[in-house]
Design a protein around this ligand. Structure first.
Ligand SMILES: NC(=O)C1=CN([C@@H]2O[C@H](COP(=O)(O)OP(=O)(O)OC[C@H]3O[C@@H](n4cnc5c(N)ncnc54)[C@H](O)[C@@H]3O)[C@@H](O)[C@H]2O)C=CC1
Ligand SMILES: O=C([O-])CC(=O)C(=O)O
Length: 274
């Protein structure tokens, strides 16, 4: 079985073959130093059969709950409601889970304790954001405030619970509309597929209750735009990123690349950046 350890390569499993997971699986199959693609989980096997059989070394196809048995690192790339089923079996076996649906971590934070108790790890990539290295560093000292403004094209926000529950019509907007202002924790509830970045930023810095975010629906932009201001005792810094949407308009193309960069660091001889 390809899930069994045959060398000292770290076995990596990918949960969800959507916009992010397909690119991560492809990169692993093409070769990342010291890593091998051991398994994937998909919702609809028929839809992904051609992709999987087209890989150079087709991995096992397993239910999400079994990936933790077949890998040393499980990469979560599925909708956030599956986070627990993917991460729990991995970390309780002392394995690492790379979490992209980081907004979903806030309601499942006991998984961090579970990982700690069992020698597992939960790793959050920088994802669609920028500068979490600087935020991590500043957090060693004192960060006074972190403020973020997110602007997205209409297609990148459609269906968000906050918009549906408040009956907001964004389809006919002609100018930018501020939908939300509050904490990263509240934003993750209202926009679970849109503000993973704010939650990642908060976990790197001053936490989900003190990290402030505005979310704008903006018909004048074609990219997912994030601007961040950090005020700390070591530095003041501003960061911005304008993400080109992938085939999933909510997800920037850079997200999968961030996961691949993180995986490359697991066994790389030269590591640059924190
Ligand atoms: N941390 C970050 O910076 C970012 C995080 N994200 C988050 O990453 C996650 C994945 O995003 P995308 O790849 O764009 O989503 P996607 O919708 O393109 O792909 C998700 C995949 O999961 C599959 N799936 C659903 N249920 C499954 C199951 N039970 N077993 C196996 N597979 C299942 C779906 O069929 C789909 O192929 C989302 O939660 C998204 O919000 C997205 C962008 C940035
Ligand atoms: O900017 C992006 O591409 C994705 C994003 O905001 C998120 O998931 O938090």
């Amino acid at each position: 079985m390809s899930g069994q350890k045959t060398s000292n390569a770290l076995r990596v499993a990918v949960a969800g073959l959507g916009s992010i997971g397909t690119k991560v699986a492809t990169a692993l199959d093409q070769g990342i130093e010291g890593l091998t693609l051991s398994a994937v989980a998909v919702r609809d096997p028929a839809k992904h059969r051609a992709f999987i059989s087209g890989l150079r070394r087709p991995p096992q196809v397993l239910p999400i709950e079994q990936l933790g048995e077949a890998a040393d690192i499980v990469v979560e790339c599925a909708p956030s409601n599956h986070l627990r089923s993917i991460v729990e079996p991995a970390v309780k076996r002392g394995k690492a889970a790379v979490v992209v649906s980081v907004g979903g971590l806030l309601d499942n934070f006991d998984l961090v304790d579970l990982a700690r108790a069992n020698g597992g790890r939960i790793i959050v990539p920088t994802g669609a954001l920028i500068g979490l290295d600087a935020v991590n560093a500043a957090a060693i000292g004192t960060i006074h405030s972190v403020q973020m403004v997110t602007r997205k094209p209409i297609d990148g926000l459609k269906g968000a619970p906050f918009i549906v529950q408040n009956n907001i019509d964004i389809d006919n907007l002609r100018e930018p509309l501020k939908l939300f202002e509050g904490s990263a924790r509240e934003a993750a509830k209202g926009f679970p597929a849109n503000v993973n970045v704010a939650v990642a930023l908060s976990l790197a810095g001053i936490g989900p209750d003190r990290t402030r975010i505005q979310v704008w629906a903006d018909p004048t932009v074609t990219r997912n735009v994030h601007r961040i201001e950090v005020e700390a005792d070591s530095a003041r810094f501003s960061m911005g990123i304008e993400n080109i949407p992938s085939e999933n308009p909510k997800t920037g193309l850079i997200t999968a690349l961030s996961v691949i960069a993180l995986l490359r660091k697991q066994r790389a001889t030269l590591c640059v950046g924190t």
